[in-house]
Design a protein around this ligand. Structure first.
Ligand code: HEC
Ligand code: HEC
Length: 211
């Protein structure tokens, strides 16, 4: 909670007073710095700890980056279906039981978090997409759950505060490589990228994501 709550309170009240977290002002960050922040964001979201759930319309979670080979579909013929939570076949939470405290992850066992385990909505696909495509998706409220850049950072902060999927990605337990950096750095990068106007790599306006 500490990570962003203070900044938001102060934003409503008096932004200049921010002490713990400095919320950058929109337009205060150069395009260059924004692009550098996006590079770091991309390294996180394309890591297996995030992309294994942010998959495309085949609805099949991935087991990439677990030492089982490259580009490996989830074992045991698991599919999430269009529901993205396995309602059509077997609920994800049958194995990935929901827990009350923080994430529990043991190598080889299904990770457990405080939220019912499921795939991200299909429009939030990162697996198999280029940095340009992910950037377009992440900056478009039509495909990111209706969030502006501050709300994206709040989403990360809120998930981290209750031990959800993102907390798991940065702290996945033994035998799994975590997403690069820390959750705090990822939140800061999201704010830096946002304050720069969410610039995307490649020619300006060149990429549109199909829905
Ligand atoms: C039959 C039990 C079972 C079911 C049902 C199941 N999983 Fe899993 N899942 C596992 C196991 C076991 C692992 C750990 C594999 C490993 O670490 O080698 C795992 C790992 C994963 C991972 C990889 C986590 C990582 O570290 O990157 C994802 C993503 C995942 N499951 C998604 C899902 C989704 C989404 C559903 C529902 C559609 C689901 N699983 C249903 C057993 C299950
Ligand atoms: C167990 C599956 C799972 C894992 C692992 C996961 N996510 Fe997600 N993610 C979701 C679901 C479900 C949503 C939809 C929730 C919502 O929009 O409120 C989501 C939505 C998001 C969003 C909202 C905006 C958007 O366009 O995607 C962000 C940002 C996000 N996740 C970041 C991450 C990051 C960073 C990681 C890795 C550190 C990660 N997620 C790992 C399931 C997952």
């Amino acid at each position: 909670m500490r990570r962003l709550a203070l900044a938001c309170l102060l934003l409503l009240a008096a932004p200049a007073l921010a002490q713990d977290v400095v919320l950058p002002e929109a337009g205060s960050v150069s395009r260059e710095e924004g692009l550098a922040a996006f590079d770091r964001i991309h390294a996180v979201v394309s890591s297996p700890r995030c992309a294994n759930c942010h998959v495309g319309p085949d609805n099949i979670p991935r087991w990439d980056g677990l030492g089982l080979g490259e580009d490996v579909p989830h074992g045991m013929n698991v599919t999430a279906g269009d529901s993205r939570i396995g309602v059509e076949t077997l609920l994800c939470s049958t194995c990935h039981r929901t827990v009350e405290d923080g994430p529990i992850a043991e190598r080889g066992a299904p990770p457990h978090v405080t939220t019912d385990w499921r795939l991200a909505p299909v429009e939030m696909q990162w697996h198999g997409r280029t940095a340009e495509e992910i950037c377009a998706q992440l900056s478009d409220p039509d495909t990111n759950g209706g969030r502006d850049w501050i709300e994206l950072a709040e989403h990360l902060d809120e998930d981290g505060g209750h031990g959800g999927f993102i907390a798991f990605g940065f702290d996945p337990g033994p035998g799994r490589a975590p997403a690069p950096g820390t959750l705090q750095e990822h939140i800061d990068d999201m704010l830096t990228w946002g304050a720069a106007g969410q610039p995307c790599p490649g020619p300006v306006g060149a990429v549109a994501v199909e829905e």
